[in-house]
Write a protein that binds this ligand. Structure first.
Ligand code: ZN
Length: 279
């Protein structure tokens, strides 16, 4: 008797950004200056999102009042719909400080910002551009309860970082157009573009026309616009999916909808649900 056994083709499962968007864009903005008002107006009118790294010890209304930093009382409303994140209490070069002093800078900034924002602060940008190459600072950021930490080095990968506490960027403002061209040329479904800067740089150096130009370009790109934290949370939710060994059943234990590609077809799975995929 001839018995032929033919195994079913193995499903090919791949990552997708929300709604099957073929890329994601995030950005981060440091120092919490009054020019964030104008940057946010442009962001809101073009549907862009950003993470704003504030030094809570330098905000107006808490002793400095230099007219350059935004007022504490404005923080919650100004950044609504975006992410508020840490940048240390008073912007020292953390690399020069002892562990206790770094810890103080991170924890006190977190504590103050949580009071102003009304939610747990999980993001950090290392002040003065240092940190992305420093194991000690990475460890202290982790112990301070931070989940992401942006450094200023350009990693050139256009993908989620392997180490979220040494998160490199795609470009600074001035490198936007060149980096964006490279990003657009990629066909990977998991590609991520991360640009950063300071809003005052548009006022003092590049001109606001550059921001309008970039915002218009991003608005019309087929990408998911997200804060740093939204990117982190989404990737964690994707990684938390539970798959049966034959890849025909998937469960989503997270609190958000997750999309994926199976054999080229887009699926999504709702939070807390189980999905039976066709054989
Ligand atoms: Zn800074």
């Amino acid at each position: 008797m001839n018995v032929t056994t033919q195994s079913a083709p193995v499903p090919r499962i791949y990552f997708s950004w929300p709604e099957g968007k073929p890329g994601a864009v995030t950005s981060s903005w440091d120092d919490g200056t009054i020019y964030d008002h104008r940057l946010l107006e442009v962001f809101r009118s073009h549907g862009l999102h950003g993470t704003f790294h504030l030094n809570s010890g330098l905000l107006g209304g808490c002793g400095s009042d230099d007219g350059f930093h935004i007022e504490e009382s404005m923080v919650r409303d100004l950044y609504a719909g975006h992410e508020i994140a840490a940048h240390s209490l008073t912007h020292p070069n953390l690399w020069t400080l002892s562990d206790d002093l770094v810890f103080h800078q991170l924890l006190e900034d977190r504590r103050n910002l949580e009071r102003l924002a009304g939610y747990p602060i999980t993001g950090l940008a290392f002040p003065c551009g240092r940190g992305g190459d420093d194991e000690r600072l990475e460890g202290l950021a982790r112990r301070a309860g931070l989940r992401t930490a942006r450094a200023s080095h350009v990693d050139g990968h256009f993908s989620a970082p392997t180490n979220w506490l040494r998160w490199g960027v795609s470009c600074h403002i001035e490198g936007f157009h060149k980096a964006w061209e490279s990003f657009e040329a990629l066909s990977r479904a998991d590609k991520l573009f991360f640009w950063w800067g300071h809003s005052y740089e548009f006022e003092k150096k590049y001109g606001w026309g550059l921001l309008e130009n970039i915002a218009l370009q991003l608005q019309h790109a087929s990408v998911w616009h997200a804060t740093n934290r939204a990117v982190y949370d989404y990737v964690q939710a994707w990684r938390a999916l539970l798959w049966s060994l034959d890849l025909h059943v998937v469960q989503n234990p997270s609190s958000q909808e997750v999309w994926f590609l199976k054999d080229g077809t887009l699926f999504s799975i709702l939070p807390g649900s189980t999905l039976q995929l066709q054989r």
